[in-house]
Design a binder for this molecule. Structure first.
Ligand code: UDP
Length: 413
């Protein structure tokens, strides 16, 4: 087998180093973060989540775990396995944490806790210095590690502005066994007997989903999916989930199209731990008519090409812990209309770097305005990109975690 030329190797293998960020955040910031990485370099960290595929947690952990390793911190990522019944239960937990009032029955608690117990018996974490557990799916793991010596942190990525009280009370008995909880925003803080920290998500600007694309590549990727470009494109890219309000998007699109002709592209992948996706996709397919393209695919470069070519990107969520899709589109200079909920309210400053809306009518009005005013789109988009550069790149997320790990570093004995 012939050796690859060094230049090819360099561009083919994602480096995931802090140094890559220097042109974006400057030398001083890179040096500051590298010094913090040195302080915790001897730690070994394990992340635990429920899927390598689909959804924001995967999007975060993929680059974060690679960057932590590239910074010299040995970082593992373990998955828990589950049956469809288990993921049905955990999606219910997810929905109730986002505010729906459903009882979580004793039978569901048994399925949930038993599957997590089975996963615990396969997990060997003795040589770790810190364990970070993500979202409700693996939350009860901690009960099976009662002789642990290292700190355990629970990071919740969900919009926790109004969790359903009985379910929260049930989960709280697991949460309070952790050393600390980590939420995406201060407003998700809860009345808990453990420390709470706040870490806002971020994106990897070098991933296939976010890297620069040439016009030729954009045309090619849209062409691969037969997406017409004769009319301006409006898009929402999201798991097929009712919290993302795809029907509200379709309603807004129909209203907007009475005034400006355009094409709506709805793209979604289905996270392997989200059992509701297929049903929602079917509903959307039934509702979608002329001018609406619905694609169920997992292609990061298509996401990239669409966010770069759309005149308007929508993320009309009804709940959103933090919308990675919003940040991804803003990074590409897109004009984004987001639901005025959860994290999106922190990502978009209404009228400055995007628009916030609460109803399909409001979304339609903003769509029409943006479709009619290319200069406004440009202005909003360039502010959007700058706000992501300043606040929401992976280098900042790495720094937040380095600060947090330093607080929990155990003294060497
Ligand atoms: N995503 C994707 N393809 C899709 C739909 C979503 O790659 O068809 C990605 C999206 O780009 C983002 C993540 O999945 O990186 C979703 O994260 P977000 O925080 O927006 O929502 P979540 O799914 O975590 O609720």
């Amino acid at each position: 087998m012939s050796m690859l030329a060094p230049a090819v190797q360099r561009s083919t293998l994602g480096l995931h180093t802090l140094e890559q960020y220097e042109p974006l955040i400057g030398t001083a910031a890179v040096e500051r973060i590298a010094t913090k990485a040195d302080r915790v370099r001897t730690m070994r960290v394990a992340h635990i989540s429920s899927t390598f595929y689909g959804g924001g947690v995967t999007e975060l952990l993929t680059p974060l775990t690679l960057m932590m390793n590239a910074s010299g911190i040995e970082t593992d990522w373990h998955l828990i396995q589950g049956t469809p019944g288990f993921f049905g239960c955990t999606k219910k937990l997810h929905n109730t944490l986002q505010g729906e009032s459903f009882e979580f029955s004793d039978a569901e608690k048994t399925i949930y806790e038993e599957v997590v117990f089975e996963n615990a018996t396969r997990l060997h974490l003795d040589d770790c210095d810190a364990v970070i557990v993500h979202d409700p799916q693996p939350l009860p793991l901690i009960t099976h590690f009662s002789d642990r010596e290292m700190p355990w942190l629970w990071q919740c990525h969900i919009d926790l502005s109004s969790p359903y009280a009985p379910v929260w009370a049930y989960l709280r008995k697991f949460i309070e066994q952790y050393n600390a909880s980590v939420f995406s925003l201060p407003e998700y803080g809860q009345d808990l007997g453990i420390d709470q920290h706040f870490v806002t998500p971020a994106i990897d600007p070098f991933s296939a989903k976010n890297r620069e694309l040439s016009d030729r590549e954009i045309r090619e990727f849209l062409g691969n999916y037969k997406i017409p470009t004769d009319l301006p494109l409006v898009t929402q890219i999201s798991r097929f989930d009712r919290w993302k309000d795809p029907t509200g998007v379709i309603e807004a699109f129909r209203k907007a199209r009475e005034q400006v002709d355009c094409t709506l592209v709805l793209v979604g992948n289905n996270a392997s731990d989200d059992p509701e996706g297929e049903l929602i996709l079917e509903e959307i397919r039934e509702t979608a008519d002329e001018g609406i393209i619905v694609l169920s695919v997992d292609d990061p470069t298509l996401v990239n090409a669409l966010q770069r070519s759309a005149a308007v990107v929508l993320q009309k969520s009804l709940r959103e812990g933090f919308g990675l899709t919003v940040t991804e589109a803003m990074w590409k200079g897109a004009a984004v209309i987001g639901g005025e909920v959860g994290g999106i309210k922190h990502q978009i400053k209404d009228g400055w770097n995007g628009f916030l809306v609460s109803t399909p009518d409001q979304a339609a009005a903003r769509m029409v305005q943006l479709l009619k005013e290319p200069e406004l789109r440009k202005q909003i988009g360039s502010r959007a990109k700058e706000s992501v550069r300043q606040n929401f790149l992976m280098s900042r997320l790495l720094e937040d975690w380095l600060d947090l790990l330093a607080r929990y570093e155990r003294p060497v004995t």
